[in-house]
Ligand binder design. Structure first.
Ligand code: S3P
Length: 165
């Protein structure tokens, strides 16, 4: 099995955007496992969470990742929580995994939780912070390369990643 380029990182780290740019630079297709899960389930991820719960989503996500890692013609972007699964972390060991790092403030802006409306959005921002802090060691564990994305243009990041592959 040939190594696949796989982008991991929290929501708002730019995984999908940068994976698409990398795919075109490398002459591959871009495959996003969240999209694979939505296609398999026939509904958006938000509906899977509401209708069936997070555990059901995680098991669909796990199956999507197992399938996608066989796809040597693809650059993959994974959902932000994919690395919570120990089997997924083990499976990623043989691949070119890139951790797209991002600060909390930048991630919050990119997912629409910018600095305005602290009373409305403060709790959600705290959840994002907790989630990022808890997962950081897991992203670092699977990554062969870590790239800081704050203030960087996606094209520059894609070029830098290609150089390091
Ligand atoms: C999740 C992140 C989402 C998606 C799902 C769960 C998470 O993907 O997989 O909503 O647990 O962080 P993005 O990282 O692309 O937003």
């Amino acid at each position: 099995m040939s190594p696949v380029v796989v982008l991991v990182g929290p929501p708002g780290s730019g995984k999908s955007t940068i994976a698409a740019l990398l795919a075109s630079r490398l002459g591959k297709t871009h495959r996003d496992t969240d999209t694979d899960v939505e296609n398999e389930a026939g509904k958006p991820i938000s509906d899977i969470f509401v209708d069936s719960g997070e555990a059901a989503f995680r098991s669909l996500e796990r199956a999507a990742i197992v399938a996608a890692l066989q796809d040597e013609g693809a650059v993959l972007s994974l959902g932000g929580g994919a690395i919570l699964d120990a089997d997924t972390r083990a499976d990623l060991a043989g691949h070119n995994v890139v951790f797209l790092d991002v600060s909390l403030s930048e991630a919050a802006k990119r997912v629409g939780l910018g600095v305005a409306r602290p009373l409305l959005l403060g709790n959600v921002r705290t959840q994002l912070r907790n989630l990022m802090e808890a997962r950081r060691p897991l992203y670092a564990e699977v990554a062969k390369l870590t790239v800081d994305t704050d203030g960087r243009a996606p094209e520059d990041l894609a070029a830098e990643i290609v150089e390091h592959l």
